[in-house]
Design a protein. Structure first.
Lengths: 242, 339
């Protein structure tokens, strides 16, 4: 996938991996549209990219809000043009400290599904149609090993990420031969605020930096066509990317 | 004919009246039959403009309530717009109150930090103005989506939301009203077209207002509208021509863009343009062979355009049949395919 001059929409783009991905993609000549709830953090990221000569646009929105979806898609297309690459990066753990699934409040599980699964579905529903019409596009969803491993106390997040992976496989199957590709990517544990919230006692020195993960993901985007449509990729297992 | 009073929850249940201009016949079907009706090598061209939240409730300097309806994007923060006075969307546009006369420099307050200033008043009607939003760039678009809502129709039972006024392939928000002929198309139908060798291409056309509530302005509809035709669509038209396929426009906006481009350039050219072309029974079509469109009353201006595709007597007979058979008209109604 050609990154230079591509238009990329990144959810959860104000901090952590989303922020580093935005910086890396913009440095490669992509036009990036960043979606996040925190306006100040979002503007800081956009300002940093623009001050380095990149092209970035902010959209303040909650991916878990159905009413925000056409607003995101419309603003993005108005500001940057049709979206070539959608990176579904925003996600929530739910309340921390994490709790046993049986202790999880129904509303907290619903919120995790809204942000981690239903929101990405709604965004794909709105943004993938134009990609199919153009015959090209990439939807990259950031997933986790929690989508395949049943870690105690990761219930809401884990279930939502497992469903996200399967949603990508379904889209890939239904839209085969349309030129639109769907990939799920597990970047591995990173030194981010979300990781610290989930596992406050983790040794941060052993965690990869989000900017290192972003560099690997850029390589995956470049080589996206080499992977089977609907594939779930684990960054650490892709030797060619190390 | 009865207007569809609700958003159709199942788009593929839309009925489709096929009008065959060559055999002078018409046939009942549904939109999901489209892949069987068209032929391999035919080319379907859609308008991929997304629908804007183009209606704003605002206060004039005197404190009066005003509705601003965007007409077209002029550039930067500037838009052409039509103003309406007191009254809600449940009152037909032509019965809405007149807005007070506003001079250049007047400011409408839409929200605490989002306003619009009158920068020009049209000579033909003080309802038609040019406005400048108080924000630019991403802040302007954020304001439009935060405070705007889709243009409403008085014949509908419920208020429209943005989800209800988009085609399944909507991309850039150029349309102030939905390019509704494409609304019944779902991906199952579009992918089946492709599977049968019928190509689907796109252009973007800034579909404009269907009504302003002012007779003088309404007589000038449609206003000049922006469009953009990608080079891939030009190639697809050429391929269809070479292989004996027909070019089928989805909606009158697509006809205006394609024929407008041809009329201006002498041939179909890729790129942006603006068309004020009026198409009627006297027009010689140069690009478009067939049309998928809504059910247009013979009294409507859209009906004039249909006469470029079929004999008026046939169109009137088909209309009477459709009305008697319970077809529905207007934005969420049924469609007809004229080939």
């Amino acid at each position: 996938m050609n990154i230079h001059n591509a238009t990329v929409l990144i959810t959860g783009g104000s901090r952590g991996l989303g922020r580093e991905l935005a910086k890396a993609l913009a440095a490669e000549g992509a036009s990036v549209v960043l979606v996040a709830r925190d306006q100040e953090a979002l503007n800081r990221t956009v300002d940093e990219i623009c001050s380095n000569g990149g092209n970035a646009q902010p959209i303040v929105a909650d991916i878990g809000d159905k009413n925000a979806i056409h607003s995101i898609a419309g603003q993005a297309a108005a500001l940057a043009g049709p979206i070539d690459i959608l990176i579904q990066n925003a996600s929530t753990l739910g309340p921390v400290p994490l709790r046993l699934f049986l202790d999880t409040e129904c509303e907290d599980f619903e919120r995790a599904l809204e942000v981690n699964l239903i929101g990405p579905f709604r965004l794909a529903k709105v943004l993938v149609g134009p990609m199919v019409l153009r015959g090209a596009g990439l939807v990259l969803s950031i997933t986790s090993d929690a989508s395949v491993q049943a870690y105690p106390e990761w219930g809401a997040y884990s279930v939502s990420k497992a469903a996200l992976d399967h949603m990508n496989r379904l889209f890939a199957t239904e839209l085969q031969d349309t030129g639109v590709q769907f990939l799920s990517l597990d970047p591995g544990d990173m030194d981010t605020a979300m990781h610290a919230a989930a596992l406050p006692d983790a040794d941060r020195s052993k965690l990869q930096k989000p900017e290192d993960a972003a560099r690997r993901i850029l390589e995956i985007i470049r080589r996206a066509e080499a992977f089977p449509n609907g594939a779930r990729l684990v960054a650490s297992e892709l030797e060619v990317l190390q | 004919m009865i207007a569809a009073a609700r958003v159709r929850p199942v788009r593929e249940q839309t009925r489709m009246l096929i009008i065959d201009a060559k055999t002078d016949q018409f046939t009942d079907s549904t939109i999901v039959d489209l892949p069987q009706v068209l032929r391999p090598c035919d080319l379907l061209i859609v308008n991929d403009a997304a629908t804007l939240p183009a209606s704003f409730r605002a206060k004039s300097p005197s404190g009066a309530s005003v509705e601003i309806r965007l007409v077209s994007h002029i550039g930067e923060s500037d838009w052409k717009a039509v103003l309406m006075g007191e009254g809600t969307w449940r009152i037909p546009t032509e019965l809405r109150g007149l807005p007070e006369f506003l001079k250049v420099g007047s400011r409408f307050e839409i929200a605490q930090e989002f306003s619009a200033e009158v920068i020009e008043v049209a000579a033909e009607s003080n309802r038609l103005v040019s406005l400048r939003f108080s924000k630019r760039g991403s802040a302007m678009w954020s304001g439009i989506y935060a405070y705007g809502r889709p243009i409403q129709y008085s014949y509908l039972s419920d208020e429209l939301r943005l989800w209800s006024v988009q085609t399944v392939y909507a991309s850039r928000p150029w349309a102030v009203e939905m390019p509704s002929a494409g609304y019944p198309l779902i991906w199952k139908t579009l992918l089946e077209l492709k599977r049968r060798g019928i190509r689907v291409a796109k252009l973007t056309h800034a579909a404009g207002l269907s009504s302003t509530g002012d007779d003088t302005l309404d007589s000038r509809l449609p206003f000049p509208e922006q469009f953009e035709i990608p080079s891939e669509t030009i190639e697809a038209v050429a391929l269809a021509r070479r292989s004996g396929g027909r070019v089928i426009a989805v909606g009158t906006t697509v006809v205006r863009a394609l024929e407008g481009s041809h009329a201006r350039n002498g041939n179909l050219e890729a790129g942006k343009g603006c068309t004020d072309l009026v198409i009627d029974g006297r027009s010689q079509r140069q690009v478009v062979d067939g049309l998928l469109t809504g059910m247009h009353d013979p009294a409507q201006s859209h009906f004039r355009l249909l006469r470029a595709f079929a004999d008026e007597n046939l169109l009137r007979r088909a209309w009477r049949h459709a009305a008697a058979s319970g077809y529905l008209c207007h934005e969420f109604g049924d469609v007809c395919l004229i080939v």
